[in-house]
Structure formats: C-alpha cells, structure tokens
Design a protein around this ligand. Structure first.
Ligand code: KDG
Ligand code: MG
Length: 405
C-alpha cells in the first residue's frame, strides 16, 4: 500500500479548520486535523511545501517511521507549526490503519479502559449571577464538571467570557489585527474567589468545578490564588502560570493543594518533562492536534502515568471534530485518563462539513465502533465555507504593557 496523494482543505464552517486527507493507492483515505488557531495558513504552507512531497509513495502503515522522519528528519525539531503539521499527518495515518484493519482506532491502541468519557463544559458570564445561571443550564444538560469564567468588573473582555458576542470565534474573526483586551492582576485575584464561593453556596460540593487562569499570573500570585480557592475544591486550576520555565510550577505546588493542570500549548513531551518528573502538576492537557498526534499523545500519557498525572486533553472549538474524535479514541484507551474539555460542536455548517461519531450523554462522550477515527469530511460542503483571517486577542496592563493573553 502506498500514499498516492495528500490534500489539504482550509474551511470555515463557523471557524477556520485545516483538514488533511491522505489518499492511498487502494482507495482508502485517512483524515487528520492540523488546525492552529490564528496561524492556520503557516501550517498549510509547511504541509504543502515541506511534508507532502516527501510522503508520496511511502507505505502509510509505517506510522512510527513517518513520525520520526518528519520530526528528526527536518532537523528543526518541535515548534507549533511543525508539530501541528505532524499531528495532522499522524491522525490521518491512524485513521487509514483503522480502516484497513476494520477496527476503531481505540482497538489499535489496546482497547477500551472505559465505556464513556467524562467531559467538562464551560459556563461563563458578564457577572457572577449570569455565570451561575449558565452553570445551572449545564447541570440541567447533564454536565458533571464545569469550568467557570467570569468577566472581572472594570476589565473589558476578560478571557473566557463572551462580552456580548454569540461565541468565542466572533471575538476574533474578521479583524485586520488582533483585538486588544485589558488585564489587571490584583482586581482578578480579589474577584475570582467570590465566584467560586457563590457557586458552592448555590450548587453545593457535588458538581466538579474548574478554572482557567490562561497564564496571566506569576508563580507567587498563582500560589495565592490556589490557596484562596482551596475551600471550593476545584478539580483543577488550569494554566496558572506560563510554562516555558517549568519550575514556575514548583513554587505554586509548594503553597497549595489545589490541583494544577497545564499543557494546551505544548508541542512535545519535552515541554512537560520536568513538570511530570517532579510531580508539579496533576493533569497534562496536551492536544492531539498540537503535540504530535496520536503517536505522541500515547507516549505522553504513559510517561505521565508513572508520576500519577492524568490526562485532560485540550478540547476548544478550534480543534476540529477530527481532533475531537482522535481524543475520544485516545481517552477510551488511556489508563490514566482524567477528563476531556468539551463544549459541544458549533451547529449546522460544522455538522454539514464534518460527520463525527461523538454523542454527548449525561456528562460524558460516547463513541461508536466505526473503523478508523469514524469521521467523514464533505469536501463539497467545505468549499462553501472559505477561510477568514482571524487573530487571537492580545492583552495589556492598564499602563500599556503587553501581557499574556
Ligand atoms: O486557540 C486558543 C484557545 O484554544 C484557548 O484559548 C482555549 O484556553 C483554552 C481552553 O482551555 O480551552
Ligand atoms: Mg486553557
């Protein structure tokens, strides 16, 4: 069996997605997700210019060798563009292997460790009452775990809140330049504990609650927040500090028992090495679309298991249904799976382009037994929704200093 052709599709059925389709000489094809939010076309160029010509004629069953070829063989290892491109190819190759074997990908990984995949949703609001009402709606829909984000009074466009927009994408789409938001650490630190106090007063201790700091704090500030939130028993506090310097998490860890999660922007196992070896975190949030595909995610999960760390893959709307399906297969297998972020799929155009196998039921995702990843992609429908340039926002402190978004 040989790779005959590789096509890349850029579509916007609600937001931008980059889809890889590997076509083999016996007619079987595989699909992968290579979407890197805000930098989509850089990945497309990398795939088209530097990867596709090297893979034509190769045996698609040689997943490991192709992974090593793309990683070691390019000399310039790592980085989000390279690793997102590798991820898209890797997913498509696993999809092909599953289709040829007539088995769902989770079977190729070693079978199911669980029947259903626990997920957490997002409740956000412009004030505490609105956030808690939205939490109530998610509880009614069956969610057992919910991330809470609330606008900080006086700050425009706090991360995770919609600021009157209908979805996250509307905040970033159709803008010539990145939108700007304001950040103030002390206002945030004074406000957020009130949100969780009120959430626990209203909904009790049974529902699992989470929060994403989105890398806005320094280690000692994060340590203070973790301590303050201890009475509210979070499932985890996400991205409390940036992780280029992994030992930042050591300082947070020394001060608080609030569980810590990080990893959505990691590209390889190396980004998490010290965090895992030192047991500075509790959940590793690498994504199949950005950290090297199924081949790499499997290694990260096994490495994390040695250190009692569970997986909690990043599951935002900027990962396509192919990426979500790949997560579902991984999560079905991963012995040390923790929880999957899942806020639902974005409506009619998206479901017209991607036919996916996932069903949300009572706070969990279920997958079916279709061979491969179980997703199909309607090329004709995709053509109707063309790429729109978009940027993630940036943030600045009140004095104009550029801060972490
Ligand atoms: O593209 C960036 C988003 O995926 C990110 O901001 C979402 O932090 C995020 C999360 O936890 O889902
Ligand atoms: Mg996050």
């Amino acid at each position: 069996m040989k790779i005959k052709d590789i096509k890349i599709f850029v579509s916007n059925p609600g937001r931008n997605f980059v889809t890889v389709k590997i076509i083999t000489d016996n007619g079987v094809y595989g699909l992968g997700d290579a979407t890197l939010n805000g930098r989509e076309l850089a990945v497309v160029a990398y795939l088209e210019e530097h990867i596709i010509p090297c893979l034509i004629g190769k045996d698609p069953h040689q997943i490991e060798d192709i992974w090593q070829y793309l990683y070691k063989g390019c000399y310039w290892r790592r980085g989000p563009i390279t690793m997102t491109a590798i991820s898209g190819i890797d997913m498509a190759l696993w999809d092909i292997k599953g289709k040829v074997a007539n088995l769902p990908v989770y079977q190729l990984l070693g079978g199911k460790s669980r029947e259903k995949i626990k997920v957490y949703g997002h409740a956000n609001g412009q004030n505490i009452d609105e956030t808690l009402d939205n939490l109530g709606h998610l509880v009614d829909e069956g969610y057992k775990a919910v991330r809470l984000q609330c606008a900080i009074p006086g700050l425009d466009g706090t991360y995770g809140t919609l600021d009157g927009k209908k979805d996250y994408y509307e905040l970033q789409s159709n803008r010539p330049l990145p939108p700007e938001q304001l950040w103030d650490t002390s206002e945030y630190l004074n406000f957020i504990p009130q949100l969780f106090q009120k959430a626990r007063e209203k909904y009790g201790m049974d529902i699992e609650l989470l929060h994403d700091v989105h890398s806005r704090l320094t280690p000692i500030e994060a340590a203070r927040l973790g301590k303050t939130l201890e009475p509210y028993n979070l499932l985890f506090l996400e991205d409390c500090v940036t992780a280029e310097n992994q030992s930042g998490y050591q300082q947070v860890r020394q001060h608080t028992t609030t569980p810590l999660a990080v990893g959505e922007i990691f590209n390889t196992i190396w980004d998490a090495k010290e965090l895992l070896e030192n047991q500075w975190i509790d959940y590793i949030r690498t994504a199949v679309t950005h950290a090297g595909g199924i081949t790499a995610m499997r290694r990260i999960a096994d490495f994390a298991a040695i250190y009692h760390v569970r997986t909690a893959p990043h599951g935002p709307p900027d990962i396509s249904p192919i990426g979500h399906a790949a997560h579902a297969h991984l999560n079905s297998w991963t012995p040390n799976f923790g929880i999957q972020e899942f806020i639902g799929f974005g409506g009619a155009p998206l479901n017209e382009v991607f036919k996916h196998p996932l069903v949300f039921e009572n706070g969990h995702l279920l997958i079916n037994d279709k061979p491969g990843l179980g997703v199909d992609f309607d090329e004709k429908a995709a053509k109707k929704y063309s790429y729109k340039k978009s940027y993630l926002p940036i943030s600045r402190l009140r004095d104009g200093t550029l801060w972490n978004w």
